[in-house]
Design a protein. Sequence first.
Length: 245
Amino acid sequence: MAQQQRFVRVMSQWVEPEWPRERHLTDNLVQTLEEAHPAAKAVLWLHNSHVAVEAPEGSEPRIGWRLRNRYADTYWCLALEFGHGSFQTCQITDDGHMDDLVATQMPSPPARSLPWYLEQVGVPAFLLPLRRSEAPPELRECLHRPLLEHGGMWIRADPATLYEEVVVADQYDGILFVDAVTGLDRHRLRLKPPTIGSTSEGPSPEPEVPRENQSSSPLKLTRFRRHREAAQWSGNLRCGRWPRR
């Protein structure tokens, strides 16, 4: 019964008015930690804009802001940055459906942007802590003014538009920089949502699509599958299972 209740809770998040995604992300993480152990720790990997501790004015408070307010300095926010390379993105068809994965190639960053400054260090990969107060005045001044950072999304877009402005010192506790990155080979990606109730002994039969959803409308089918897959992923991850490769 507990697992079914989790399915219902997660599925209801997908249809909630205005879809407050950041709040749902926070609620799911907090509940997972509380159910695991009072002293449980977690590594949360999301886009920089989600984990940042300050939310843009007028926008929904991000998960990073919510976690900082809940856990104070025990929430440590690490931003990821890179110099150049590629990453996988998804093409969107004219009718709004997801298409094949395609590699987005990112050239060297524009001058005086955050990744440009980090690239000038000349080290292939390094971690820059930002909580320390003994940084040189020039560095502190630089980190307290608006800089462009990479804002790459999973949707295919013009690489020149994939930057957003951020005040680094206000947002992050550290930066992990990697000079050159390479997107995963899409032919090696084999992650598929497991069926509801799957176990190590094998998956249970896949539930039938309700008759009212078996229309010619791709929107209804897509929406039903999205809700069902969200419940499948949540139930299996929360019970400590991971999709078999």
